[in-house]
Design a protein around this ligand. Structure first.
Ligand SMILES: NC(=O)c1ccc[n+]([C@@H]2O[C@H](COP(=O)([O-])OP(=O)(O)OC[C@H]3O[C@@H](n4cnc5c(N)ncnc54)[C@H](OP(=O)(O)O)[C@@H]3O)[C@@H](O)[C@H]2O)c1
Length: 311
């Protein structure tokens, strides 16, 4: 089922690159329209977020040393209006406002594999910011079995994934201690966490702030030596890492998505929290032609909330 769209030229504008490099190799240029396959929808993108994986891919760090063949596209989440519904999709129609996860979302049109309806009260940019971060936070808290009454430490609580995880854990009734730089201590307090500074001595500061046994640790940033994090909990498997995959050698758990993911359920939970104002995501927006600036900020590693691109 294909909905009405501007022109029907079969072409759109997308961010793209033809060689690996820094944000300076990104171009906004003409690209073929994508189409929704089975179990997918295509959206006219209103906003798409920048995730660290975008600049990691752009740099070639994830290519296994292979040169780029063809054109590269980026972006793993977006919000927009459904304009094409693939086979085996029954829950949304052309014209519905949705957000979710997909590929090549830094474009005027993008295909989503998982989605939820955007609550009318939520901005496009905020909804776009909630895709990857929301799914990752839900996955991490589920794998850690976080429940009401638990005390959780979230290492890297002010960024995309961390800020959602803080608020999702609070909504589940947990107490949350979270780390950030000095500049983001107030922000952590604002979203309901007990803030601590990261860096040397962080484990002692967490113990002092928690004043009780830490039940689970979500290592978001992957920068703290893993032994410091495992020292906080009853057994190493109570630490889950998403960026430090070597953490597994110390008995911590790691997750990269895949079979651990339940994206539709995760996005449904995120929608509820957004609609109830229990999840607030701070966003900084950039037009596509200023995307390189957003990529540079992401690469610097000190994002507060999320960086979002607007076509
Ligand atoms: N495995 C997966 O499925 C998965 C999914 C999503 C993301 N990730 C990865 O998870 C990581 C975080 O993603 P994100 O989207 O949350 O990134 P982000 O939005 O860029 O946030 C990064 C945060 O890390 C904090 N940070 C910087 N240095 C730190 C340190 N030494 N100790 C603790 N925190 C520190 C920063 O806090 P300040 O600003 O206060 O410095 C910043 O808020 C990335 O490496 C990303 O690729 C993995």
């Amino acid at each position: 089922m294909v909905g009405a769209r501007r022109g029907n030229t079969g072409r759109m504008q997308a961010l793209q690159f033809t060689s690996y490099g820094g944000p300076e190799v990104l171009r906004r240029a003409d690209a073929p329209d994508p189409h929704a396959g089975a179990g997918q929808v295509r959206i006219a993108v209103r906003a798409a977020s920048v995730n660290p994986v975008d600049w990691k891919l752009l740099s070639g760090a994830m290519s296994g040393g292979q040169p780029l063949t063809g054109t590269g596209y980026l972006g793993y989440d977006a919000a927009g209006v459904v304009d094409e519904v693939g086979p085996e999709v029954g829950d949304v129609s052309v014209g519905d406002d949705v957000f979710g996860r997909g590929q090549n979302t830094h474009a005027e049109y993008a295909v989503l594999d998982s989605w939820a309806r955007k609550p009318p009260s939520v901005d496009w940019a905020v909804a776009a910011a909630a895709g990857v971060a929301g799914e990752t936070a839900e996955r991490a808290l589920r794998l850690l079995g976080v429940q009401a009454g638990d005390t959780v430490f979230i290492d890297g609580g002010a960024g995309g994934v961390g800020a959602v995880a803080v608020q999702m854990a609070l909504a589940r009734g947990a107490r949350v201690v979270a780390s950030a730089s000095e500049a983001n201590q107030d922000y952590l307090r604002e979203i309901g966490a007990i803030p601590v500074r990261y860096g040397e001595g962080v484990a002692d500061r967490v113990r002092a702030a928690a004043g009780a046994q830490v039940d689970a640790v979500f290592d978001v940033a992957g920068k703290t030596p893993i032994e410091q994090l495992t020292s906080l909990v009853a057994k190493p498997s109570r630490v889950l890492a998403i960026a430090n995959f070597a953490a597994v050698q110390a008995g911590a758990r790691v997750t990269a998505g895949g079979e651990d993911s339940r994206p539709m359920e995760a996005l449904a939970e995120v929608t509820e929290l957004l609609a109830q104002n229990k999840l607030v995501i701070k966003v900084q927006t950039f037009r596509f032609d200023r995307a390189a600036e957003a990529y540079r900020i992401s690469q610097d590693g000190h994002v507060r909330g999320k960086l979002v691109l607007v076509p």
